[in-house]
Ligand binder design. Structure first.
Ligand code: NI
Length: 181
C-alpha cells in the first residue's frame, strides 16, 4: 500500500471529467487500498480518484460510523463507490461546512439536496441502490462532483470563493516562509 500525492487547486487535472470503470481488477483493488490509506493519513472522510490523478469514476469514503467498539467510540466503516450515479434529489436542502483535501484547510458552508437516491457498485462489483441522507448524502454529492471536475468552491458565491482561495494562498505563502526560515 502507498500514500498517493493529492492534487490541489488550481491543478487543471482536478477539472477533468472522469471515465466509467469497466470492471473490477487487481489493479483497481490496489488503487482502492491506496486511496483509503491516503484518505486516512490526510486525514479526510472522502477521496475521489481524480484527486490522486486517476480520472476514473471511483471514490472512497469513511464517515467513521461503524458499530461502536467496546469503549463506545466511532470505528472505521470504509465505503467504496464505483460508477456512482444520483437518480433523484430531494427538494429539501441542507447546509454543511465542507472541506476538501484538494483545497487544504479551507471550509465553507455549502447547500445541497438533503437526500439523494443513488446507484453504485462496490468493490465486489455488487450493484446497490439506496436513499441516502445526512452526512453520507452530502459527502457522496461532494465526491461525485470531483468525478465531474467540480469542486465545492464552485458552489459558493464568487465573493466567498475568492475569499477561500485568498486564504489558501496566504496559508501557502506562510508555509513557504516557515520552510525558508
Ligand atoms: Ni473534495
Amino acid at each position: 500500500m502507498a500514500i498517493l500525492p493529492i492534487l490541489e487547486v488550481p491543478d487543471p487535472r482536478l477539472r477533468r471529467v472522469a471515465t466509467p470503470v469497466e470492471a473490477m481488477t487487481d489493479a483497481l483493488g490496489a488503487l482502492i487500498a491506496d486511496m483509503f490509506e491516503t484518505m486516512y493519513a490526510a486525514p479526510g472522510i472522502g477521496l475521489a480518484a481524480p484527486q490522486v490523478d486517476r480520472p476514473i469514476r471511483l471514490l472512497v469514503m469513511d464517515l467513521m460510523d461503524g458499530p461502536p467498539n467496546g469503549e463506545g467510540r466511532a470505528t472505521r466503516n470504509p465505503r467504496v463507490f464505483i460508477n456512482p450515479e444520483i437518480l433523484e434529489r430531494s427538494a429539501e436542502l441542507s447546509v454543511y461546512n465542507e472541506g476538501c483535501l484538494s483545497v487544504p484547510d479551507q471550509y465553507a458552508e455549502v447547500e445541497r439536496p438533503a437526500r439523494v437516491r443513488a446507484r453504485w457498485r462496490d468493490e465486489h462489483w455488487t450493484l446497490h441502490e439506496a436513499e441516502l441522507d445526512g452526512l453520507l448524502a452530502t459527502c457522496l454529492q461532494h465526491e461525485l462532483d470531483h468525478l465531474n471536475g467540480v469542486l465545492f468552491i464552485d458552489r459558493l458565491s464568487r465573493l466567498k470563493r475568492e475569499m477561500v482561495l485568498k486564504r489558501l494562498q496566504k496559508q501557502r505563502q506562510e508555509a513557504a516562509r516557515r520552510a525558508a526560515a
